[in-house]
Design a protein around this ligand. Sequence first.
Ligand code: PMT
Length: 400
Amino acid sequence: MNGKNILLGVTGGIAAYKCAPLIREFVKRGAEVKVVMTPLAKQFITPLTLATLSKNPILVDFFNPENGEWNSHVSLGMWADAYLIAPATANSIGKMANGVADNLLLTSYLSAKCPVFLAPAMDLDMYKHPAVQKNLETLRSFGNHIIEPGTGFLASGLEGKGRMAEPADIVKAIEEFFSAEQDLKGRRVMITAGPTHEKIDPVRFIGNYSSGKMGYALAEECARRGAMVRLISGPVSVKAQHSSIEVISVESAQQMYDAAMEETKTADIQILCAAVADYRPESMADEKIKREKTGEMTIRLVPNPDIAASLGKVKREGQISVGFALETNDEETNARGKCERKNLDFIVMNSLKDEGAGFRHDTNKITIFDADGSKIEYGLKQKIEVAKDIVDHIVSIIKK
Ligand code: PMT
């Protein structure tokens, strides 16, 4: 943590009292801490306490009422190496998930270019509520890191999940994030992610359920470990966070193919996570196709290029190629077949038979099949953890 700039956002919850030891932990480890509070948070812990511990003035208002100076959320967002919101109340979580910007803490969130961590704290029923869970899922899909609350006695007198994580555990989570080994430093990684859309007419397309979550998690993990990432992405709503990720947005399989064939020339590692449509309509109608009064309609499909297989044909000595296999049956046979046909170093199989695996979930369950015949099975995990396992496997090949 030495020399790291931590922006701590304190929202109005009883757990705000834990911010005092939290700041001390950061300062003890050599970090510089600036604190931004919501107006309500000031009622739970005094700004003077946090200013004294952080050795920095506390920011609450958009303007300093004494001299009219502007508290720039943009420069705060640029100053921070990490933005931690602790405690994060249900109210602020909801606002962050929906882009509300009615206080300095929230405008700083929208401006932050750095990794964002949230330590939720609330009553157990609030935490369980589908609205809060949906908002947390939205924040995860933005690439934010949720530091899970603990279980125990709550301020309400009830017992359950909702206690803000202990300061030492919060600091540990952020420390681990920063201390990631830079084992991909200087490597160029190309990743394909998301679905492709194959146009039928100006308003319709053939597509699939890929959300991009798995591919974007891989991009974040590679960037965190020092790689320069080119992320060729189909249409998704997730956003890349890390500044070392350059997103190349495409729509169709042909566009993804063109971008991938260009990027492969300089890529050291390529990870093909996109759910590419294997077929596209032979032609796209210029105008919206009208419903015929009677009769059926046929759309003639022609094959799209197989990006992974095409990359396999031009694969260079030392270049690492990783594919995915999304299966519904005969998983191992199908995955191994694809690994060989597409000239991959290994293939990551996820099966739609496994609950919580594959499209759209925040979780995935994978098995890695190596070209040399070996196999590693993993349990159900968050996609960011799955990404770590995959990148660890890539690094183990590099180190061979
Ligand atoms: O995006 P999420 O919602 O997080 O979901 C993640 C995922 C399920 C999409 C991902 O984990 C996954 O399995 N991606 C591959 C999906 C797929 O198309 O699998 P496949 O078995 O049909 O393809 C095999 C491999 O060939 C894949 O690496 C694929 O990217 C590649 N391929 C396939 C067809 C094609 N025309 N070009 C390709 O490059």
